[in-house]
Design a protein around this ligand. Structure first.
Ligand SMILES: [Zn+2]
Length: 285
């Protein structure tokens, strides 16, 4: 049986934008969208992160034009107590202790902290990495990708999730059928979630107390979206890599939620999901 892991939900900054862009029927007012990083404590492998959230380097990377448009569109707040390294220290983890970062996708709000983790290996899906190779500044910006956020030795530290063994998932994860066994022990199963970006890496995980969790990154921006099958505004379509794939992934999440009402499905920017899970989980940071 796969070992269970301990999860800590870290909110590493947030941005604000009008809710109605992220979900049809949403509020006209600007809402807070936290940026989630999950600290995964595996009993043997050591500390692993799922994404990093924001970092001060986001400000540096978006200081020049045209990158400055990014911060105009999504104003970012990162109070000192939410800095990734401060929160890791609060969990007893030093930056140099982090052995891996599982990168859901390369949007800046998910990878801004990579350069603060000197010894971590990086894990992502091949299609996601290929989608930004060779992009110029403007083309990269249109995909919310800021190359300045990646360490100079990113390629040398990169591992592809697709190179891991593909495992059949149990019926409890349907309609998702297969996942990449990221550590080789069945504890962390990487699930491709195409659409929002070229290919996000979702994560199916079982905690040490037996409860299951599905980290869904930006497959949707709120739990309400998959529960009520609500798409984003048409104005959000240009932000998507593949709109039809996005719809299919959202449908799959909705079907999973319907079949497994006790499963925690966590979109990375859903404030209510993160707050509810923090209250529910005993291992809260
Ligand atoms: Zn994204």
């Amino acid at each position: 049986m796969a070992p269970g892991v301990e999860l800590h939900l870290l909110e590493v900054g947030h941005c604000r934008h009008p809710e109605w862009i992220t979900i049809r029927g949403g509020a006209w007012s600007a809402c807070r969208f936290p940026s989630l990083c999950v600290l995964i404590l595996h009993p043997q492998a050591g500390p692993i992160l799922y994404d990093t959230g924001y970092a001060e380097r986001f400000d540096e990377a978006t200081a020049p034009v045209p990158e400055r448009f990014y911060r105009w569109l999504t104003p970012v707040t990162l109070p000192p107590h939410q800095h990734l390294l401060a929160q890791l220290r609060g969990c007893g983890v030093d930056a140099a202790d982090v052995v891996r970062v599982l990168i859901s996708h390369l949007h800046a709000d998910h990878v801004a902290g990579l350069r603060d983790l000197p010894r971590a290996r990086f894990v992502a899906l091949r299609a996601e990495i290929a989608s930004v190779r060779g992009l110029g500044r403007v083309a990269g910006l249109r995909r919310a990708f800021l190359p300045a956020l990646l360490p100079g030795d990113f390629d040398a530290r990169l591992e592809y999730a697709d190179d891991r063994p593909l495992r059949a998932l149990g019926s409890e994860w349907a309609p998702f059928t297969e996942g990449f066994d990221l550590l080789g022990d069945g504890s962390l199963l990487g699930i491709p979630l195409p659409g929002h970006s070229a290919c996000q890496l979702g994560l199916a995980v079982r905690r040490s107390d037996g409860r299951r969790c599905f980290l869904a990154a930006d497959a949707c921006w709120s739990a309400r979206a998959f529960r009520e099958r609500r798409l984003p505004s048409v104005l959000a379509r240009p932000l998507m890599h593949d709109w039809q794939a996005y719809r299919r992934t959202l449908d799959d999440l909705g079907a999973l939620a319907l079949a497994q009402p006790d499963l925690h499905i966590v979109p990375s920017h859903c404030a209510s999901s993160i707050a509810a899970l923090r209250d529910d989980w005993s291992g809260r940071p």
